[in-house]
Design a protein around this ligand. Structure first.
Ligand SMILES: [Fe+2]
Ligand SMILES: [Fe+2]
Length: 398
């Protein structure tokens, strides 16, 4: 049977199968010499909008692997405050990065529209390092990684949340001029085929404007293996991804985004991965079917869920992480929640829905917007932690 003929429910069931294959025996993608992981090479998913069922991770050990500790470093975000102080908020360690001085004065952290994170996790004496998204410009992400003394040679895997330029722009420079600093057997985990579609944003007035396209030939030329994490899977032995996020709440995708389903000049995405209504070559409203979130299960704390841009909705994202892992407790939710252009009633509804899921901490970044921060602080006093470029958040035992 061709995957394109499958309903979403059937596809997700099939996804569970892939998940089981991928995770059998506690597979460690790319870093465990003892195992050779199967790759998620399924041709694709004909997604249909609808309720959808999240796929639980299938491991011989039950829930996704516990980690003792996770440090998230904000490599690139839109906001930097040199005066923010290192602090402890509850049981989260929050380390800020101030200005450089002396000869280093001209070299400072760079902030820009976009997001790039470095994730360092540990279980006993095993550590893993990931780069999740890469910022927009060729320079900010890389310069900041150097400024923050984060060693890209120690990175175990790359993860891209979705195919928007403000998340993959910095990856191009990393691969073009610094590939030799990264491990040889490098894997990039993406959510699915639409990562490679031409993307557009629609201004208040006028035609759609290009928001970039990730040319997979660049990845191939750079000897980067691509894994489509369409369904939940463990990444690098310590992180896990939600896979495509089921839409099970009131949340809607912002209307200002478009996607072109098809190939042009050798670049783009294979339209057969999408529903028949989404025709080849058409520029249609972008539903971000394959956006995925990166998560960790932190010992004695619960889930840390990182949404990156959050087009699929932060409530949907949290629920997808819970469903994928079988872990209910949410310790922290980080990332862009994409509420910046939303009207106040919608943001207020989102705050209430997030509150009902009872996270210990919320760390809004990137495209979340100040309105969410204000309402969330009122609704959940003491649980909101501000983020700035250069901040290190450490969850778990420190
Ligand atoms: Fe985005
Ligand atoms: Fe974004």
């Amino acid at each position: 049977m061709d995957l394109e003929d499958l309903s979403r429910r059937d596809v997700l069931r099939l996804g569970a199968l892939f998940g089981g294959t991928l995770l059998a025996g506690g597979t460690f993608m790319g870093c465990d010499s003892k195992s050779t992981p199967a790759k998620a090479t399924a041709k694709g998913v004909a997604h249909q909008p609808g309720s959808g069922d999240a796929v639980a991770l299938r491991t011989s050990d039950g829930p996704p692997p516990l980690v003792d500790r996770l440090t998230v470093t904000v490599v690139v975000d839109s906001y930097y405050d040199a005066t923010s102080k290192t602090d402890k908020v509850g049981n989260v360690k929050v380390e800020r990065t101030g200005l450089a001085h002396g000869e280093e004065l001209p070299r400072q952290l760079k902030s820009e529209w976009g997001l790039g994170l470095h994730l360092a996790s540990a279980r006993a004496d095993e550590t893993r390092n990931y780069l999740l998204d890469f910022g927009l410009s060729p320079t900010a992400g890389l310069d900041n990684l150097n400024f923050l003394k984060l060693d890209i040679a120690a990175v175990d895997a790359l993860i891209l949340s979705h195919g928007h330029y403000d998340h993959f722009g910095g990856l191009l420079e990393l691969l073009a001029n610094h590939r030799n600093r990264l491990r040889d057997d490098l894997t990039l985990y993406v959510g699915g085929e639409d990562t490679f579609c031409y993307r557009f944003r629609v201004p208040d007035a006028g035609d759609p404007q290009s928001f970039g396209v990730l040319d997979r030939r660049v990845l191939s030329k750079s000897n980067v293996e691509v894994v489509m994490a369409q369904t939940p899977m463990v990444i690098g032995g310590q992180a896990f991804t939600t896979g495509a996020i089921a839409r099970n709440s009131f949340e809607t995708v912002q209307p200002a985004h478009r996607v072109e389903l098809g190939m042009r000049d050798g670049v783009g995405c294979d339209s057969s991965h999408f529903s028949p209504e989404e025709k080849a070559g058409a520029i249609v409203p972008d539903k971000f079917w394959y956006e995925h979130a990166t998560c960790f299960n932190v010992k004695d704390r619960g889930l840390v869920i990182i949404s990156s841009c959050g087009h699929a909705g932060i409530v949907n994202t949290i629920k997808a992480a819970q469903a994928a892992s079988g872990v209910e407790k949410v310790h922290a939710v980080l990332g862009g929640f994409h509420l910046l252009p939303s009207p106040e009633p919608y943001v207020a509804q989102t705050v209430e829905a997030v509150k009902a899921l009872n996270p210990d901490y919320i760390i809004p970044m990137h495209c979340t917007g100040r309105m969410f921060a204000r309402l969330a602080e009122d609704a959940m006093p003491g649980r909101l932690i501000p983020s700035t470029t250069g901040t290190r958040f450490t969850f778990g035992a420190v």
